[in-house]
Design a protein around this ligand. Structure first.
Ligand code: MBD
Ligand code: FE
Length: 313
């Protein structure tokens, strides 16, 4: 074999070698009759796109190995405190894309207004820093679990905020009682609680149930822009792509109630310059909010009101 001289055909239009297209069809044809139905449905497209990508860019073995190492490293780095693989998807826009696909499928293509004319609150990506089972707190309590006077608290003092609003049904326009508002955000140092050794467990996380008027209310901080972690493959990739690592100032929410579609979303501070250029491509204009000065409350300098409208399940 070593002495067989191969004739390599070059495609006149692309200037690339003619690669074996049979290979792609062989891989697709290898799927058996008892394959998982959804997997059998999507695998041909996956294989065609993967192979098409490799042929398109003339992917070499060395480059493929670098990609494998990147994915392996992301996997090794991921644990219950960090999700590097999720972060990689975020900076490549994949989580925003599947979020868009999922919400459009669930809403039966493009219906974003219900019969009552109430606009359904748009979704946004979950991101890599959600933790389930945040403490359930009474309305108007604070999700800051740090001691006043601590270094952490001193950084947050000028950002103390009151956040409130209503959860309503898109169908009836009426407020929803006992809807769960699960909220989380990063601290003033740009770190989520699980990334931050100086923050107590579940700091800046909480779940609130709406009252009879559909209202939720809590004390938190006004969010600030921050860079995503730069010490792993996602950070390396951003540098190699000459991209900045910043997420605009945002607050995460999961709003849920039995009989309604669970809404995962984020709101973005319109005054943060990073809203125009999110490293995770999650900003939507309906999710931009304006913090106002809060008067007559020694627990908060800033005030935000934001309502959520849920569609029926
Ligand atoms: C975040 O805080 C975040 O919300 C997303 C989506 C990606 C990286 C960091
Ligand atoms: Fe976030």
């Amino acid at each position: 074999m070593a002495f067989i001289k191969q004739e390599i055909e070059i495609n006149r239009n692309t200037g690339k070698p003619e690669y074996d297209l049979e290979l792609t069809e062989q891989v697709i044809a290898a799927t058996g009759p008892d394959a998982h139905p959804r997997l059998a449905e999507i695998l041909p497209s996956l294989v065609r796109h993967l192979h098409g990508f490799a042929r398109d860019v003339n992917l070499t073995v060395a480059e493929w190995m670098a990609g494998i190492e990147l994915i392996n490293e992301a996997g090794r780095m991921s644990n219950d405190r960090r999700d590097e693989t999720g972060l990689l998807c975020d900076i490549l826009g994949l989580e925003s894309l599947v979020d868009e696909i999922t919400s459009k499928l669930l809403l039966n293509s493009n219906i974003t207004e219900s019969e009552s004319g109430e606009a359904i609150t748009p979704s946004a990506i979950l991101g890599p820093f959600y933790r389930a089972n945040a403490p359930i707190l009474p309305n108007d309590s604070s999700i800051l679990r740090t001691e006043p006077g601590s270094d952490w608290y001193k950084q947050a003092e000028h950002l103390l905020a009151h956040l409130s609003g209503h959860v309503t049904s898109a169908t009836t326009g009426k407020p929803l009682r006992d809807a769960m508002v699960d909220i989380w955000l990063a601290g003033p140092n740009g770190l989520y609680e699980q990334q931050d050794p100086s923050a107590p467990d579940m700091n800046l996380r909480g779940r609130f149930l709406t009252d009879a008027n559909g209202r939720y209310a809590l004390y938190c901080i006004r969010p600030t822009a921050y860079p995503v972690p730069g010490d792993g493959p996602a950070g390396r990739l951003l540098k190699l792509l000459d991209r900045h690592p910043y997420r605009p100032a945002h607050i995460h929410f999961i709003v849920s109630k039995t009989g309604y579609r669970t809404l995962t979303t984020q709101v973005f501070d319109v005054e943060d310059k990073r809203v125009a250029d999110d490293v995770a491509f999650a900003v939507k204009k309906e999710l931009m909010v304006k913090f106002k000065k809060r008067e007559g409350d020694d627990r908060a300098l800033w005030d935000l009101e934001y309502d959520f409208t849920l569609s029926e399940a």
